[in-house]
Design a protein around this ligand. Structure first.
Ligand code: FAD
Ligand code: DLZ
Ligand code: SF4
Length: 521
């Protein structure tokens, strides 16, 4: 760390947001311990702009406090504003202004935030501060804005698979000396994504001991957010980098070997299965994306995990995660208003309560309420798929996803929700809508076995709601999707049903929507 050389060196007030808890960021790496002040603030505005899960708030506040403590131990001066600190203005910009007034720094530095909303706040602050404000890059990501722009500007359509290959080459991950992919293929998905079998169960997971800091934070969260979403206990999260690294080691040693084949499986009562649970730590800054990719690559190199698992995991982090971020910054701020399918059904209360006769939705939402987590296929093919085919309003669905998951920040949540799950961006993220009937859910899970509805029925009182809603969705949007090369058979199946059956299916879909609105589905 550079130390100031003379007493005239400028004093910088350095803001660290809750999801920027990384010492390798220029914000910390370039700080002058002797003069600079690190500002970290728990504020109501950030804790309430959506109805965050209480576990997400507790995780972040505890991780922020541990990070502040580690910085102090390393010799930094930290101004830590707790939620109940006297004088807390309860906004990030308010806390910057207050610190500037009290400490008279020569300038303020912030790291580019992960949400357009906060970036706009920082830009607006520029003219209202007596000192300059510098926005530093977020160097934790593997694809810079310029690199993504150079890649995307050349193309008419942006597809993750091609982006991912470029990233593999750029970082030399799973590459032979001649630049070819290890094993001869870039993507081993055909070996992945098997249904859950009778013997599939979640492997053992780590649970970290709650120290005084975490216990204090949990009390604060109980007092301050009595009506918050979700359950606060049990609380298993890692809250320091050391603990997050243990979670990574545990994943690579015991779970990654089976990651690929179980990626799409779903089981009642099993929230995690073979997923890594690392997004919460990656997104908050406790882990770095390159180190988790390299850990998987090394495990493959040492023969501890098969290639399909290592490649599948690396593709999620080096490919999807970076691609999604590129999309966010390329298309915001207009992106959030996209709604090409003109979906307008209000978000039903069951997304918050989990109160429904549909086992798949009840399971996905109960995992969400309990863990502030559900795995990708539950997010995409259960709650996301339902929102898509029922025509739920994208903005309301987006706010729900942003609230309920411990890993949710707009840069990653929005393109996944609006683009991948809801096709509201008209195909920027997804080449076809991820719409599926009960048949898919029945194949990939055991949910249907304990459901009030029958997955094989489309019509009648016991018919699985996903079926009629699926066909009704495709029929409603025929003009848009009929020509899609990835949907060759669905419309011919629909046409073969004949008009009389089609009318019955549409009426059945309308009945499901009515039940949805009245809370009886
Ligand atoms: P694993 O299944 O173990 O995957 C490994 C890692 O790959 C993850 O930790 C994550 O960093 C990365 N990854 C995988 N898929 C994606 C993806 N599509 N986009 C970005 N990164 C990915 N992810 C978030 O981090 N925050 C969100 O708010 C979020 N919202 C989502 C909303 C919807 C509607 C959908 C369909 C997906 C969303 N995702 C989000 C992506 C993905 O579901 C989560 O990253 C994943 O479930 C996190 O659990 P895990 O760490 O166990 O992931
Ligand atoms: C999500 C969140 C919450 C709950 N609380 C805070 C907070 O008190 N202080 C803070 O600096 N950040 C918080 N955050 C994260 C921000 O709202 C925002 O989502 C990210 O910083 C975007 O990069
Ligand atoms: Fe879900 Fe339909 Fe299966 Fe019930 S029958 S669990 S609603 S897919």
């Amino acid at each position: 760390m550079p130390e100031s050389e003379g007493k005239d060196a400028p004093k910088v007030l350095r803001l660290v947001l809750a999801d920027q808890l990384s010492t390798r960021l220029p914000m910390i790496a370039q700080a002058d311990k002797a003069r600079d002040i690190i500002l970290i603030a728990e504020v109501m505005a950030e804790a309430t702009y959506v109805r965050h899960h209480v576990k997400k708030i507790a995780f972040l506040f505890s991780a922020m406090r541990h990070f502040a403590e580690a910085l102090r131990t390393a010799g930094f001066t930290v101004r830590y504003i707790a939620l109940d600190t006297q004088g807390n203005t309860q906004t990030i910009d308010g806390e910057i202004k207050r610190a500037v007034a009290e400490l008279a720094p020569d300038s303020v530095a912030v790291t580019e935030p992960g949400e357009w909303r906060l970036k706009a706040i920082f830009e607006a602050l520029e003219s209202r501060l007596p000192v300059p404000i510098d926005i530093l890059p977020d160097t934790r990501f593997l694809c810079t804005h310029n690199r993504f722009k150079a890649w995307a500007d050349d193309r008419s359509g942006l597809r993750m698979e091609f982006f991912y290959r470029e990233m593999r080459k750029a970082y030399g991950i799973l590459l032979e000396a001649d630049g070819k992919p290890v094993g001869g293929k870039w993507n081993y998905d055909v070996e992945n994504r098997k249904p859950a079998t009778g013997g599939t169960r979640s492997p053992r997971r780590l649970s970290f001991r709650k120290d005084t800091i975490t216990k204090d934070v949990m009390d604060l969260v109980r007092r301050s957010f009595p009506n918050g979403f979700g359950t606060l206990e049990p609380f298993h999260f890692a809250v320091t980098r050391t603990q997050a690294l243990r979670e990574l080691d545990h994943f690579v040693a015991e779970i990654l070997p089976h990651f690929g084949e179980n990626q799409d499986a779903m089981l009642t009562g099993e929230a995690y299965l073979y997923h890594s649970l690392l997004s919460t730590y990656l997104n908050a800054g406790l882990l770095y994306p390159l180190e988790v990719c390299q850990a998987a690559e090394t495990a493959y190199g040492e023969g501890r995990v098969p290639l399909n698992a290592a490649e599948g995991f690396i593709r999620q982090v080096l490919g999807w995660r970076e691609f999604i971020r590129g999309i966010y910054w390329r298309y915001m701020p207009d992106y959030v208003n996209q709604n090409v399918l003109e979906a307008s059904e209000p978000l039903p209360w069951l997304y918050w309560s989990g109160d429904t006769r549909m086992t798949c939705m009840r399971e996905a939402i109960s995992h969400t309420r309990e863990h502030a987590y559900s795995h990708h296929i539950q997010r995409l093919m259960i709650t996301g798929n339902f929102a898509l085919i029922a025509g739920l309003n994208p903005k309301e669905v987006h706010e729900w996803y942003l609230s309920v998951y411990a890993d949710a920040y707009e840069w990653v949540e929005l393109p996944n929700t609006l683009g991948m799950a809801l096709y509201a961006d008209g195909g920027i993220v997804a080449s076809k809508p991820y719409a599926a009937s009960g048949n898919y859910i029945n194949r990939m899970s055991n949910f249907c076995k304990s459901c009030a509805y029958e997955p094989k029925l489309t019509l009648g009182a016991n018919a699985c709601p996903f079926n009629a809603l699926y066909w009704d969705f495709l029929a409603r949007h025929r003009d848009r999707f009929a020509a899609n090369a990835r949907m060759p058979y669905v419309y011919s199946t629909w046409d073969k049903m004949g008009e009389a059956k089609q009318t019955l299916i549409k009426t059945q879909a309308a009945t499901h929507l009515l039940a949805l609105r009245t809370g009886t589905l």
